[in-house]
Design a protein around this ligand. Structure first.
Ligand code: PLP
Ligand code: ZN
Length: 442
């Protein structure tokens, strides 16, 4: 079957462009482009047949179909030749049953989708495999791209650098100086990307990279490029698959540039259209209070939106004041009877630390989502028997300073709620035993 997909203007003029064209906005009206699929062809396969096909491929070895993304290739990007695919077996991430945390909060059916247990440690791998594979295809066919590039809050750049270097394609990375973690900074450097550290914030890097990408020989890898959304869409398909094709009640997603919340929504909508599911979950988007333009818009019933200057937050990957996917995210949230909530710095750090005590190791953005979960349970917006999925966006190991700072009290400051400090002791058996006994006393 020759499944087909193309870029289509999302602003209503319906102009279409091939996916191999180097283009991000409609030539007619400047609207963002979306990937559209020939749904009639996809519908010729019945829902049960899709499920069986996806089950057969899931986490198996036949390259590239064992990948969580490429196992759903027909629904993601059917026009890429398998030989051009650059995959690192992305997806297939654990759905962690947060039994103890859920018990503490009063929700028994709580699950954390561990999207950060991935090649470069964040969900960005899911979109980047699609984008870099497409660049690889374009270069194989016409060969006149010089580099892929992106502005990043640290995870997009890590993913782009890894996939580009696996493909042998030059990558250029624009990072806001001193606003990404050490781990995130060293990732593109290690992968050999040209890494530019700019004296600005993410929004400032984005402005420059958008200007650079007006040149046809540079390919823009930010999520303004909808190819990434197509890969990230598989998160919702995979979650449903992991529940034997049952749809959860709530999905809570941390949002910055708002590509991921859009992507998850589109994944559910596609499954609904193909009959793979018969209802939609509700979606909650979680923002840091210090970078909350979507939350502010939600407060106006989405009638208004104003870009803001994002303030410094521990949730650095979502420190974004002018999200590129704002309109598609609002469309998705309306369709999913969605809500938007926010978390303060203390709330996000406490929520991450609290969940860590039940076996997790959360990044600050997941902390934002967990803090919003806690508020929703307290408000009884989430009921005790609801099935809730929290999207964990990155691996906590990329954010050691966030955790070190939490558990390292400054004298004079009030200790955080879930503080755990190491004891420094002399190497003396009796004293060690005494201290253990003291601290284990109930
Ligand atoms: C990119 C990212 C986000 C935000 O996703 P958007 O699509 O920009 O909303 C959240 N958390 C982490 C760890 C990220 O890397
Ligand atoms: Zn248009």
């Amino acid at each position: 079957m020759n499944y087909d997909a193309w870029f289509q203007c999302s602003a209503g003029c319906d102009e279409t462009y091939p996916l191999t064209e180097v283009i991000y906005r409609c030539k007619n009206c400047g609207g963002l482009l979306e990937v559209r699929h020939n749904m009639d062809l996809l519908k010729q396969r019945r829902a049960t047949e899709w499920k069986t096909l996806f089950e057969q491929r899931y986490m198996r070895t036949q390259y590239p179909y064992g990948s969580g993304v490429w196992g759903k290739k027909e629904l993601v990007c059917p026009i890429i030749d398998d030989n051009n695919i650059i995959s690192m077996y992305e997806g297939g991430t654990n759905l962690f049953w947060a039994e103890r945390l859920g018990h503490q909060l009063g929700v028994s059916d709580l699950w954390i989708k561990q999207c950060g247990n991935s090649h470069t440690g964040s969900f960005k791998d899911l979109g980047m495999t699609v984008l870099v594979s497409m660049v690889n295809q374009i270069m194989a066919e016409s060969g006149n791209l010089r580099a892929v590039m992106c502005a990043s809050t640290g995870d997009t750049s890590a993913a782009l650098a890894a996939y580009a270097s696996a493909a042998g394609i030059p990558a250029v990375i624009l990072l806001p100086k001193a606003k990404v973690t050490r781990a995130q900074l060293i990732q593109p450097i290690a992968n050999g990307a040209l890494t530019l550290s700019l004296e600005t914030d993410f929004d400032g890097c984005m402005e420059i990279v958008q200007k650079l990408s007006a040149r046809k020989d540079f390919y823009l890898a930010n999520s303004i490029n909808s190819l990434r959304i197509e890969g990230q869409k598989t998160i919702s398909i995979e979650i449903v698959q992991q529940f034997d094709w049952e749809v959860p009640d709530w999905v809570i997603i941390p949002g910055g540039n708002l590509g991921n919340v859009s992507a998850l929504g589109l994944g559910f909508l596609m499954m609904l259209e193909l009959g793979i599911i018969d209802k939609l979950p509700r979606i909650a988007c979680a923002q840091a209070e210090r970078a909350n333009p979507l939350y502010r818009s939600y407060q106006t019933g989405f009638t208004e939106f104003h870009a803001i200057t994002a303030q410094a937050t521990q949730a650095t990957a979502i420190q974004i004041g002018n999200p590129v996917s704002i309109h598609r995210a609002i469309r998705v949230l309306k369709r999913f009877d969605g809500i938007v909530d926010q978390a303060t710095e203390t709330e996000l750090a406490d929520a991450a630390a609290r969940a860590d005590r039940t076996g997790l190791f959360n990044c600050p953005h997941t902390g934002v989502a967990l803090a919003v979960l806690i508020k929703m349970v307290e408000r009884k917006q989430i009921r005790p028997d609801d099935r809730v999925i929290v999207i964990s966006t990155a691996n906590g190991l990329k954010f050691p300073d966030f955790k070190v700072a939490y558990h390292d009290v400054t004298p004079g400051d009030p200790p955080p709620r879930y503080l755990n400090t190491p004891l420094e002791l002399e190497a003396d058996y009796e004293n060690v035993l005494k201290q253990i006994s003291m601290h284990l006393e109930i």
